[in-house]
Design a protein around this ligand. Structure first.
Ligand code: SAH
Length: 263
């Protein structure tokens, strides 16, 4: 009998791919909280906030899978192999990822690996950064006076340049949300202007959205790289581009200095 057959049936393990949201633990789903409290092994990424990890059962085993840019604690194949191994041992495992596991989170790839090994899994969605971070920055992504569509793109650089579909990014009446874009911010702004976007198009860069260290820097395509550098923003940062950003001035509501006070 193979190891896989031996572990099939009621005693078989299971992997829960769970979204941890952008940071504020109040944004966890009920399902996520229940699983964090009941599951024996948690494998988590660096984007998961410490306040979210406070919900993990004290008796659970915590495994840090890392994955900061340029500093991959575990390679993706190692993470996949670990999840498969734990599940085949009969364990119930929460694979905890920042935001939503299906939005730039490689959650789909992990599930493909599990499926290939016959491991059972479930997915618990989370509040993705575009949604959670923009809410906490007071920027309604599709306020109808300004935008009829919203694009989510990754600004992750390959070979030093972001390889994006620039003509689609500069369409009018649209909001563009860039994940992982801090390193490529200057390049993104330059390319958008080169493809016809107005230099005074509003843009916001939000660091640590929804937690106490949240910072919002606003500007225009022309001046934001310099402003962000001056303010010393660091990862993780979400970039929001479009006229909706102008609403931040009146709709910003989150006071990070008071975020630890429960309502
Ligand atoms: N699956 C995640 C995204 C993973 S990619 C999600 O759905 O949100 C990682 C990128 O997400 C970061 O580089 C940053 O651009 C963004 N991000 C995630 N959490 C954030 C936060 N609290 N504040 C700002 N940006 C965040």
């Amino acid at each position: 009998m193979t190891e896989r057959q031996a572990n099939a049936g009621p005693a078989a393990g299971r992997v829960y791919l769970v979204g941890a949201g952008p940071g504020d633990p109040e944004l966890l789903t009920l399902r996520a909280v229940r699983l964090l409290q009941q599951t024996e092994v948690i494998v988590y990424d660096h984007l998961v906030s410490s306040a979210v990890l406070d919900f993990v059962s004290p008796s659970a085993e915590r495994i840090y899978a890392g994955k900061r840019r340029n500093e991959h604690t575990m390679r993706q194949e190692q993470i996949n192999a670990l999840l498969i191994k734990l599940a085949l041992e009969g364990k119930h495992v929460v694979r905890l990822k920042g935001g939503d596991p299906f939005i730039f989170g490689r959650g789909g790839e992990e599930l493909q690996a599990l499926a290939a090994h016959g491991v059972a899994f479930e997915v618990v969605p989370g509040v993705t950064a575009a949604s959670g971070v923009s809410s906490y920055a007071g920027i309604p992504l599709t306020h109808r006076d300004f935008a009829q569509s919203c694009l989510f793109v990754t600004g992750h650089l390959k070979d030093g340049t972001a390889d994006l579909d620039w003509p689609s990014l500069v369409r009018p009446n649209q909001t563009v949300v860039v994940y992982m874009g801090l390193g490529g911010l200057a390049d993104i702004c330059r390319q958008m202007m080169a493809h016809g976007a107005a230099p005074d198009l509003p843009i916001a860069v939000v660091q640590d959205g929804s937690i106490a260290s949240q910072r919002v820097v606003t500007g225009t395509l022309a001046d934001i790289p310099e402003r962000v550098a001056r303010e010393g923003l660091r990862s993780p940062c979400l970039t929001i581009i479009g006229h909706v950003v102008s609403l931040h001035d009146t709709l910003a509501w989150f006071r990070p200095d008071r975020s630890s006070t429960a309502a």
